[in-house]
Ligand binder design. Structure first.
Ligand code: TRP
Length: 455
């Protein structure tokens, strides 16, 4: 049947495998490291609620759109638009995505490298007998050093490349299925401990009691950017993964499973961290070091904390790995299919190029810190440009493409595989991708550049 994915293309072997891989991509440093630290900067609960609104109104429809584009085109992020809209400029959305993948993975690998370092520190029992101040110094000393974090980041990139080389079934799918549930269990233990600390209440209020007067335009933009980042949207990760999904999978149910899992894990990370932040008198607006400074204090106070901290940082690294492979895969699928390279060569090339940028990100925390642009060092700049600019712009065009170019009829067909879709649901979806998502994204971006002021 012409409708079925061609046999020579790699694909996920089961429905659970698809959900596990997509959830593995979504759940990562974004949930556990980034969400708490930007929520901390932008005032907690108000940020959380705006972010949840964006997940519902924009994240879910854009995720569905990406999977539709990927599965129906059976192609990489760039090639997909060539298949679905031949001879049009739509393919450049794919280029935007591949560029975003470069920027994101460059700083992502650095943070994953920190996580590796924290596995080592945990094994050496390096947090015991240390005051909260000493633990904070430990973090800055590590990240500012010119050698160690660079080496650890490179190790992480080699791990990522090694899994991607093996390909979809044997690599990506296998590693994702087992370890995610374990991470959730550890997080639950941390939540319980953190909430039972003295002074925890202030942290829960910070996270759940919104004061919308604190919300700034930058906060709203970051919430939008983070909704994309955390769900792995806007740059073709889910176009690429969608191209490996078989037709017996129902896309809507996959999307709902992934979104719920991702959101719950971010909220759990918040519950594990903010009560402890307040209990130990740590500044919530600490920045990228927040979890690395907060959690060791919690481990201190837990019976069995030594074991917990080792396990936690191992699982954080694994969660980072199941995400980083999905970012690298975008570049590799593009190199492979558009330049006719072998998977092995494409992966080695992509890994080397991204690692070079990653080394600069790592050094920008220390020796290269004088180099800034708009007040941001290289690390923050890569993060800012990708999450707050490239992903929302990519997502906006993806929604427009599905709403206005691809059209309702084909959407209906693609979404009906593996389950029925009601007409009402389809209408809601079409309304979201045609109007709500593009307009909301445009307003937030225009507000940022100052063309439109609402705060
Ligand atoms: N979503 C992942 C996280 O939260 C990171 C990630 C993986 C990503 N693939 C992506 C972010 C694609 C943006 C785009 O850690």
């Amino acid at each position: 049947m012409a409708d079925l994915p061609s046999d020579n293309r790699d694909s996920f072997s089961s429905k659970f495998g698809v959900i596990a891989a997509a959830a593995g991509s979504a759940v990562g440093l974004g949930n556990i490291w980034k969400f708490p630290y930007i929520a901390g900067i932008y005032g907690g609960a108000a940020f959380l609620f705006v972010y949840l609104g964006f997940i519902l109104a924009i994240g879910i429809p854009v995720m569905l759109s990406e999977l539709i584009i990927g599965r129906s085109s059976q192609s990489n992020a760039f090639g997909a638009f060539k298949v679905l809209a031949p001879g049009t400029p739509w393919r450049y959305i794919g280029i935007l995505g591949v560029s975003a993948a470069f920027l994101i993975l460059s700083f992502y690998g650095v943070v994953a490298g920190w996580s590796l370092q924290y596995i080592l520190l945990s094994v050496q029992d390096g947090f015991s007998n240390k005051s909260p101040e000493e633990i904070a110094t430990l973090f800055s000393t590590l990240t500012e050093s010119p050698v160690r974090p660079v080496v650890l980041q490179l190790i992480f990139m080699v791990l990522t490349g090694a899994i991607v080389i093996v390909g979809i079934k044997k690599g990506i799918e296998k590693y994702t299925k087992i370890l995610m549930p374990l991470l959730v269990i550890i997080l639950l233990f941390l939540c319980v401990k953190s909430v039972s600390l003295e002074g925890a209440k202030a942290g829960l209020e910070f996270l759940f009691k919104p004061d919308f007067s604190k919300l700034t335009g930058d906060g709203v933009l970051s919430a939008l950017g983070h909704a994309f980042f955390t769900l792995s949207l806007g740059m073709g990760t889910l176009i690429t993964y969608g191209s490996y999904v078989k037709r017996d999978n129902n896309l809507l149910s996959t999307v709902i499973n992934v979104t719920v899992a991702d959101t719950l894990i971010a909220i759990m990370a918040g519950v594990a961290i903010f009560p402890a932040v307040f209990a130990f008198n740590i500044a919530p607006a600490q920045g990228p070091g927040l979890i690395f400074i907060t959690l060791p204090n919690v481990f201190h106070q837990m019976p069995g904390g030594f074991i917990f901290s080792i396990l936690f940082f191992i699982l954080l690294t694994v969660a980072a790995l199941t995400s980083s492979i999905s970012i690298l895969e975008v570049v590799v699928a593009y190199f492979k299919e558009e330049f006719k390279l072998g998977r092995r060569f494409a992966t080695v090339l992509a890994t080397i190029l991204i690692s070079i940028l990653g080394v600069l990100c790592s050094l920008s925390m220390g020796v290269l810190s004088p180099f800034t642009f708009m007040g941001l060092n290289i690390f923050d700049l890569m993060d800012w440009i990708s999450a707050n600019l490239l992903l929302p712009i990519g997502g906006m065009f993806i929604a427009i493409f599905i709403g206005w170019v691809y059209g309702r009829k084909k959407v209906h067909k693609e979404m009906s595989f593996g389950g029925n879709l009601s007409g009402a649901l389809l209408s809601v979806f079409m309304f979201l991708v045609k109007f709500i998502a593009p307009i909301a994204i445009a307003i937030v971006l225009l507000n940022k550049v100052g063309l439109l002021k609402f705060s």
